[in-house]
Design a binder for this molecule. Structure first.
Ligand code: NOJ
Ligand code: CA
Length: 668
């Protein structure tokens, strides 16, 4: 581990204080390679910042500050009382991840402002300039007397210098983050969630998000006029935005900046802005692939609730455990094993799930004993139905039960439009709820997969039991809705997935869903489903199809081989919404894996293999769309071939419409 910390105090740029013209100051901090710069400015007592990449303006002077309850505010009549710049360069190791060693290298500027009133309240702003973007946050230490303070508005603005194409999902909608992305000009946006990804008219790739969201409301972005965006904090039901105990630290407001789209994906700035791992013992946290009593419920073969087609029965669980053994899969998710499920389980209501009582026909002890005898770990499931009152009353008993049976993984769902039929999932109430559950799970040595989550802001660095989450339209939509179009999976890597791992649940090889609802299918080729395991990063990857669709299928070999923990990741080519080719190196061997996927268009791509070790020989096991295959015609046929390659070779890939290629490069 390399560590270098330096700190230089800079006050030379500042003028004295007192008269109005002395309330002016300007100071710039630049990233280590000098390309990204942030300029802080205090003009007439009002703070603002601007951002440049080289000579290209990205953000014009933009307001900063707060409005509190009862009309009080902290955004003007300020003077600079201290500034400090420092450099930080450290390389740290991920417990698991898409890259093992991550460099955290930035230049920081801290500015301390003080009000020119009797109160003399202070506000600290920290700016960090990285080679892959910029970030800033506010710290308000309190005024020494108040023990509560309510933020009604964070005034942070992002006045984009130029228009561009944005990929976005709408904020303040009942299905949380589960929407298809729209591509349109920034100048047409309303209020959107982050990550918000933009291809600017200057040719730069930008993504707005936030990092280390703790005890605060999540930030959405509202367009005010032209290309000016404003921080819009998701409110409580009573209209307050953030309730504090008199002091607060905001999450980091982040802007990733790249010259090509793939560099957004290999930027680790969000993780770098989170605190280091707090868990001493991480031996119980295990990245894995898993089968599930799950897809059967979504395609209508099984029910979640007690019925003649109940999915979670002891008998079905034993059958799935036998499939795990046969297919070489060591984790199994079982949904619907508990009391409380009804045919109306997904409607907005205060559903009363039990987290300890088994459904008729299901015996948790028998199932976990049988699983253990076969070397299989059972993944627990808690569907809260967004009845958080009910869940928190039972959370210790529910997690304690899983611990008692030796389970170390849990999926937790929050289906519903509001938590407790009242609060947005992404307001401060939700942020605190999800953090509480994550910490509670760590106490019970449970690794978490949240569905209907709060968006990821890099918590996995601090709590490596935070494995994956949903937080977008996943595979399930293909089972029971009009589905996701082929372009969806070539937008996700540049938008939702910039925030962190997603439990997308790939791997449906029966793409026509023969046992499912009439007219539903996956709008993909089967080869593309394999490629998703490399393109869509997650430390927990479901093998989502019915196990009988894997049994005897030659393409399943790739799904057996593909790892879930990587030492390195590179994006070889990409265009947002069009195509992407990603390669990753296995953390536990010398093998590399490639996933290449396309939207509705068929494409031919040539891939240089110079990422492979020089001089070494690899066997490339190639799983490609068979001739004439596309998402509309013959989608399930995969052509499997193999050839010897070295780093000097290149490979021609043909991706059918809605198709893909997956390759294992096994080092010989
Ligand atoms: C929605 C989740 O995304 C899905 O995976 C789960 O099966 C259902 N809710 C039931 O809880
Ligand atoms: Ca969902």
């Amino acid at each position: 581990m390399i560590k270098k910390l330096t700190s230089i105090a800079i006050t030379a740029f500042l003028f004295g204080c007192g008269s109005p013209e002395n309330k002016d100051s300007k100071i710039t901090v630049s990233s280590p390679n000098g390309k990204n710069s942030i300029t802080f400015e205090l003009r007439q007592g009002k703070p603002s910042y601007s951002v440049k990449h080289g000579e290209t303006g990205i953000i014009d002077a933009s307001e900063m500050g707060f409005v509190f309850k009862n009309g009080d505010s902290l955004h003007n009549n300020l003077r600079v009382v201290n500034t400090n710049t420092s450099e930080h360069d450290e390389t740290w190791e991920q417990v698991w991840g898409e890259k093992q060693f991550i460099q955290d290298h930035y230049q920081q500027l801290e500015v301390v402002l003080q009000e020119e009133t009797d109160q003399k309240r202070q506000l600290k702003i920290q700016f960090r300039a990285f080679d892959d973007g910029i970030a800033f946050r506010y710290q308000y230490p309190g005024n020494g007397t108040e023990d509560s303070l309510v933020i009604m508005d964070e005034l942070t603005r992002f006045n984009l210098s130029n228009d561009g194409e944005a990929w976005w999902i709408p904020a303040y909608q009942d299905n949380r983050y589960e929407y298809l992305f729209t591509q349109s000009a920034v100048s047409t946006l309303d209020t959107v969630h982050t990550p918000l990804t933009i291809k600017s008219n200057d040719g730069l790739f930008l993504s707005f998000h936030e990092a280390n969201l703790i005890n605060y409301a999540s930030m959405t972005l509202a367009r005010e006029n032209g290309t000016a965006l404003k921080c819009d904090l998701v409110p409580w039901a009573d209209g307050d935005r953030v309730k504090t105990n008199g002091s607060f630290t905001t999450p980091w407001r982040t802007l990733q900046i790249a010259e090509n789209p793939g560099d957004l994906i290999t930027s680790y700035m969000i993780l770098n802005l989170n605190d280091p791992n707090k868990l001493e013992d991480t031996s119980w946290i295990e990245p894995h692939k898993y089968l599930g009593i799950w897809w059967g419920m979504h395609i209508g073969k099984y029910s979640f609730w007690e019925s003649p087609i109940q999915g979670a029965t002891t008998e079905n669980a034993r059958m799935y455990i036998d499939y795990c053994e046969k297919l070489g899969v060591d984790h199994l998710l079982i949904e619907g094993w508990n009391k409380g499920w009804t045919p109306q389980w997904y409607e907005n209501a205060m559903h009363m799930f039990s987290f300890t009582k088994e459904a008729d026909g299901f015996d948790l002890k028998e199932v976990t004993d049988y699983a253990r005898s076969k070397g299989v770990s059972i993944i627990g499931y808690h569907e809260t139905g967004s009845n958080i009152i009910n869940y928190l009353e039972q959370i210790d008993a529910g997690m304690g039960l899983y611990q008692k049976y030796g389970m170390h993984d849990i999926k937790i769902g929050q289906v519903g439009s509001r938590l407790n039929m009242k609060e947005w999932h992404h307001g401060q109430f939700g942020v605190n709820y999800y953090r509480f559950v994550l910490e509670k799970a760590a106490e019970y040595e449970l690794a978490v997969n949240f569905h209907e989550p709060i968006k990821d802001t890099g918590e996995r660095r601090t709590y490596p039991n935070m494995m994956a989450r949903e937080g977008a339209r996943g595979q399930e939509y293909n089972a029971w809705s009009e589905g996701n179009p082929p372009s969806h999976t070539v937008i996700l890597p540049f938008t939702r997935m910039l925030s962190g791992p997603m439990d997308f649940t790939p791997g449906i090889l029966d793409v026509e869903i023969k046992q499912g609802y009439e007219g539903r299918d996956v709008h993909t080729t089967a080869a593309k489903q394999l490629a998703l395991y490399v393109v869509l990063y997650s430390p927990v990857q479901m093998l989502a199809d019915l196990p009988e669709n894997y049994d005897g299928n030659p393409a399943f070999k790739f799904l057996q081989d593909v790892p879930v923990d990587w030492s390195d990741t590179r994006v070889l080519n990409a265009e947002i919404g069009e195509y992407i080719t990603t390669v990753r190196k296995d953390k536990n061997s010398e093998d590399w894996y490639l996933g290449s996927i396309t939207n509705e268009e068929a494409r031919d791509l040539e891939i240089a293999l110079d990422f492979l070790e020089e001089g070494a020989v690899y066997e490339a096991q190639i799983y490609a769309d068979a001739e004439g295959t596309g998402y509309e015609t013959n989608p399930a046929e995969i052509e499997v071939s193999s050839r010897e390659v070295t780093s000097k070779d290149s490979l021609k890939l043909h991706l059918g419409k809605g198709g893909g290629t997956a390759i294992r490069f096994g080092k010989k």
